[in-house]
Ligand binder design. Structure first.
Ligand SMILES: Cc1cc2nc3c(=O)[nH]c(=O)nc-3n(C[C@H](O)[C@H](O)[C@H](O)COP(=O)(O)OP(=O)(O)OC[C@H]3O[C@@H](n4cnc5c(N)ncnc54)[C@H](O)[C@@H]3O)c2cc1C
Length: 420
């Protein structure tokens, strides 16, 4: 490393926080500056549509590192500060307050922002990405309120579950005929629609909202079918956009398909001394032989820990499998692995009984699983993904077949009697 500028981490999410923690864990004692345009220290976002929205968690319950950790570990945190430009040639970032920082290496961990819809704006229109969004929506969820949600993705469905439990009337509009199909498959989509219906949530699959009008009493939504639906509050949950503008403006390569900042397997971007991690990174995964951009909490944290090692010159490729969970009512959806487009889907368990897993098989190997209330399938698949194995669709579908039997058998250790 040259000079004493140290490492600058851009972003106040878990990826940045984990990178800072990882650097100190690795024994690095130089300068670390974390720059975040948020007003809170880095925190975990999953509770924003779950425990924080329901009121179960308070503000201090989901911090990425404990509050005092940054001062104790001599990590400088600039809150409420945007990085407005990156100058890779000069190894310098420009800050929104007019200042600038030089760096030995820079980490872009700028995450994603909620996708918005033109024409859907106003005081009663919400999206959830940050603490303030969840607080604002939570304050509006009084019993009897009618909340409409655009998009039956994970965030939309989680908010629907919390709102329903608070006595809110919920209508979810989803343009696809079955929700969650792309992420988890048809069985999950239909089962989740039924589970939500049991809790009084109306998921209108195949229905698209085309416009909205604010009225004196609330919002009127117009659907493609010509229906007008009145609601009090509206959540737009239609996906996200990577915050890759800093990279684009600095001439750093961005993936034309997923919009993420392109990196190699070590997290290095096309500019020297600039790394990208977390949701914003489109990263070469050595196992898949192609780039993936993963928007999962677990991956963002692991990217952070991995970045610390690579910033310190250890050259450790990131090979971890994506892992994701979503909690809705008393159900737990979990998924691990990465399925290619040609994967064969195999169901294990009971779809009617709402306890099943959908496995992805490619070339006789399990490459991913999505589970509904089946933690054991998830744990076994995690182990299988890490080792060579062969599996058939019939074995995977057969509940009497122990999937652990697919794991390589450990050689038995024979006990020999000690000579007396
Ligand atoms: C409501 C919600 C629920 C979720 N639930 C789950 C879940 O159940 N399971 C799961 O696996 N994942 C979930 N996720 C996704 C998970 O939270 C993300 O994968 C994770 O937050 C990514 O972390 P990150 O650090 O890469 O980016 P982010 O958390 O997006 O952080 C990026 C940070 O960079 C800041 N920033 C951006 N540009 C600049 C700039 N120019 N200057 C300074 N700062 C900047 C942003 O303000 C932000 O602080 C959820 C996300 C949300 C929003």
């Amino acid at each position: 490393m040259t000079g004493s500028s140290g490492f600058v981490l851009v972003g106040g999410g878990v990826a940045s926080a984990a990178a800072a923690a990882g650097l100190r864990d690795q024994g690095y004692d130089g300068r670390i500056v974390l720059v975040s345009d948020e007003l809170h220290l880095p925190y975990e976002r999953p509770p924003l549509s779950k425990e924080f929205l329901s009121g179960k968690f308070g503000l201090g319950d989901f911090q990425a590192n404990p509050e005092g950790w940054y001062a104790e570990n001599d990590v400088e945190v600039l809150l409420g500060t945007r990085v407005s430009a990156v100058d890779p040639g000069g190894q310098r970032v420009v800050l929104s307050d007019g200042g600038s920082l030089t760096y030995d290496s820079l980490v872009l961990a700028t995450g994603v922002r909620a996708r918005t819809l033109t024409g859907f704006e106003g005081d009663r229109v919400h999206s959830i990405r940050a603490i303030a969004d969840s607080e604002r929506l939570g304050a509006r969820l009084a019993p009897g309120t009618h909340l409409a949600i655009l998009g039956a993705g994970f965030i939309g469905c989680e908010v629907a579950a919390i709102a329903a439990a608070r006595g809110v009337r919920v209508t979810v509009f989803e343009p696809a005929p079955v929700p969650l199909v792309r992420a988890l498959g048809e069985e999950f989509g239909t089962t989740m629609v039924d589970i939500h219906a049991d809790h009084g949530v109306d998921i209108r699959a195949g229905q698209q909202v085309t416009g909205m009008t604010e009225t004196a009493r609330g919002i009127e939504l117009q659907t493609r079918d010509g229906e007008v639906v009145e609601c009090d509050e509206l959540l737009v949950g239609i996906g996200s956009i990577p915050n890759a503008e800093l990279a684009v403006e600095a001439g750093i390569a961005v993936d034309g398909t997923d919009g993420g900042i392109v990196t190699d397997e070590l997290g290095r971007t096309s500019a020297p001394h600039v790394f990208a991690i977390g949701d914003v990174a489109s990263r070469l995964h050595p196992t898949y032989g192609r780039s993936v951009r993963v928007e999962h909490h677990d991956t963002a944290m692991r990217h952070g820990a991995n970045a610390a090692r690579n910033l310190l010159g250890q050259s450790v490729p990131f090979t971890d499998e994506p892992y994701f969970w979503s909690d809705q009512y008393d159900h737990s959806l979990k998924a691990v692995g990465h399925a290619g487009p040609t994967a064969t889907k195999v169901v294990r368990g009971s779809v009617e009984g709402r306890s099943f897993s959908v496995f992805s098989l490619e070339d006789g190997r399990i490459t991913a699983v999505a589970t509904l209330d089946r933690p054991r399938d998830l744990m076994t698949t995690r182990k299988l993904l890490a080792v060579p194995h062969q599996a058939t669709a019939a074995q995977v579908a057969d509940e009497d077949f122990d999937l652990k039997g697919l794991l390589p058998q450990r050689p038995r250790v024979r006990r020999t009697e000690a000579p007396s």
